[in-house]
Design a protein around this ligand. Structure first.
Ligand code: NAP
Ligand code: G4F
Length: 325
C-alpha cells in the first residue's frame, strides 16, 4: 500500500516541488487549496491529474479536520503561509493568523483526527533575524526582525510543544532561503532574474531594488524538499537546519545575474526606498552539518548554477510570449 501525504501550500513554490518528489517516491499526494475567485494552479498544472486537491484554509479549523479525515494521511507537510516578509509589516495580524496560529490549528486537528500522523513544519531562517551566532545552527537563539519572523518563531515553538506535550512525530525544518524558476516574482532572486531577462531582451530599461548589502544563504528549492521528506523518515522527530553554508550579498546576486547575460549592472540597477524594510536581517548563513550527518542530505545546485538556471527559464518564458504569474 502506498503512503499518503497531505501538503498545505501545494500551489506554492515548495509545494509544487514536494508534490513532484513525493509522486516519484510512490506516494498518493493530496493538496490543501484555499478558495479564490480565480484559480492559480500554474505551478502544479503539469501534475494535476496525479494529485488530489482538497478545499481548506489555514484560517478555518473545521476545514483542516475535514481534510485530514478525507485523505487519512501518513504524513502532513505544512508549507502554507503568508510567506513574503515585506507584506508582513502591512498585514501583521493576517500574517500571524495564517503563519503562526494556522500551525496550531493543524497540529490540533492532527491530534484529534490521528495522532500517529507525522508532521513537518516549514520553519525559517528569518527566525534568526538579528543573528546571535555565525553560522546559525539548530541551537542558535532566535531574534526575529519582522512580523513574519515572529509568526514563524511561534510556529516553530508550537511544533516543539505539541511534540513534547502529546508525543506527536512533529518536526521543524529551519530552512534558509531557497529559490527556483517557480519562485514568486516579488522575492529578490526572481525579481532580479526576471528583470535581467527582460532587460536583455529589450523589454525593460531598469531594475529597482532596495538594500543591496544584505546577505543570504541561497539554495535550490528542488534540493530542499528532499530534506523535508528525509526528516519525516527518521524514527525520532527533531529540528534541522537546511542551508548551503555559503552566504552572498544582494549585490553579488545582481552581479552574477547581469554578468551571465553580458551586461553591467551599474547601468540598470536603481536603488528605491520603497523596497527598504523597517528592520532588516543583515546576514544569514546556515550550518547544515546536522542535516548532513543525520539525514545524509547535502545541496546539489550551487548559487551560480541556481541564478543561471532561473535566468535561462525566464528568457525562455519571455521569448515564448509568456510572463511571470
Ligand atoms: P509560497 O510560494 O509563498 O507558497 C505559500 C503557499 O501557502 C501557497 O500555496 C499559498 O496558497 C498557501 N497559503 C497561504 N495562505 C493560506 C491559507 N490561509 N490557507 C491555505 N493555504 C494558504 O511559499 P514557499 O516559498 O513555497 O514556502 C513554503 C513554506 O516554507 C512557507 O511556509 C514559507 O514561509 C516557508 N519557508 C520558505 C523559505 C523559502 O526561501 N522559500 C524559507 C524558509 C521557510 P495560494 O497559492 O492560494 O496563495
Ligand atoms: O527575497 P526576499 O524577499 O527574501 P527574505 O526576506 O529573505 O525571505 C525569504 O526567505 C525566508 C528565509 O530566510 C523565508 F522564510 C521567507 O518566506 C522568504 O521566502 O529578500 C531577501 C533580501 C532582503 O534582505 C531584502 O531586503 O533581499 C533584499 N532586497 C533588496 N531589494 C529585496 C529587494 N527584497 C525584495 N523582495 N525586493 C527587492 O526589491
Amino acid at each position: 500500500m502506498s503512503k499518503r501525504a497531505l501538503i498545505t501550500g501545494i500551489t506554492g513554490q515548495d509545494g509544487s516541488y514536494l508534490a513532484e518528489f513525493l509522486l516519484s517516491q510512490g506516494y498518493e499526494v493530496f493538496g490543501l487549496v484555499r478558495r479564490t475567485s480565480t484559480v492559480n494552479f500554474s505551478r502544479i498544472e503539469h501534475i494535476q491529474d496525479q494529485i488530489r486537491l482538497i478545499p481548506g484554509d489555514m484560517l478555518d479549523q473545521t476545514s483542516l479536520q475535514l481534510a485530514l479525515a478525507e485523505c487519512q494521511p501518513h504524513e502532513v507537510y505544512n508549507l502554507a503561509a503568508q510567506s513574503f516578509v515585506q507584506t508582513s509589516w502591512t498585514q501583521p495580524v493576517f500574517t500571524g493568523d495564517v503563519t503562526a496560529l494556522g500551525v496550531t490549528r493543524l497540529l490540533d486537528a492532527i491530534r484529534h483526527v490521528d495522532p500517529d500522523i507525522r508532521f513537518y513544519q516549514a520553519s525559517s531562517s528569518e527566525m534568526f533575524g538579528k543573528v546571535r551566532e555565525v553560522p546559525q545552527r539548530e541551537t542558535t537563539p532566535f531574534y526575529p526582525r519582522s512580523p513574519y519572523g515572529v509568526a514563524k518563531v511561534y510556529g516553530h515553538w508550537i511544533t516543539v510543544n505539541y511534540r513534547e506535550s502529546y508525543d506527536l512525530h512533529a518536526t521543524s525544518g529551519i530552512l534558509f532561503n531557497h529559490e527556483s524558476p517557480r519562485r514568486g516574482i516579488e522575492f529578490v532572486t526572481r525579481k532580479v532574474t526576471y528583470n535581467v531577462a527582460k532587460i536583455k531582451l529589450g523589454l525593460a530599461k531598469e531594475l529597482r531594488l532596495g538594500n543591496l548589502d544584505s546577505r543570504r544563504d541561497w539554495g535550490f528549492a528542488g534540493d530542499y524538499v528532499r530534506a523535508m521528506w528525509l526528516m519525516l523518515q527518521q524514527d525520532t522527530p527533531d529540528d534541522f537546519v537546511v542551508a548551503t553554508g555559503e552566504t552572498h550579498s544582494v549585490e553579488e546576486l545582481v552581479t552574477v545575474a547581469f554578468d551571465y547575460v553580458g551586461l553591467d549592472w551599474h547601468e540598470y540597477v536603481v536603488q528605491d526606498p520603497r523596497f527598504m524594510r523597517p528592520a532588516e536581517v543583515d546576514l544569514l548563513v546556515g550550518d547544515p552539518s546536522k542535516a548532513g550527518q543525520v539525514l545524509g542530505w547535502e545541496p546539489r545546485v550551487t548559487f551560480k548554477q541556481l541564478i543561471q538556471m532561473m535566468i535561462d527559464e525566464d528568457l525562455r518564458l519571455l521569448e515564448s510570449g509568456g510572463k511571470a504569474s
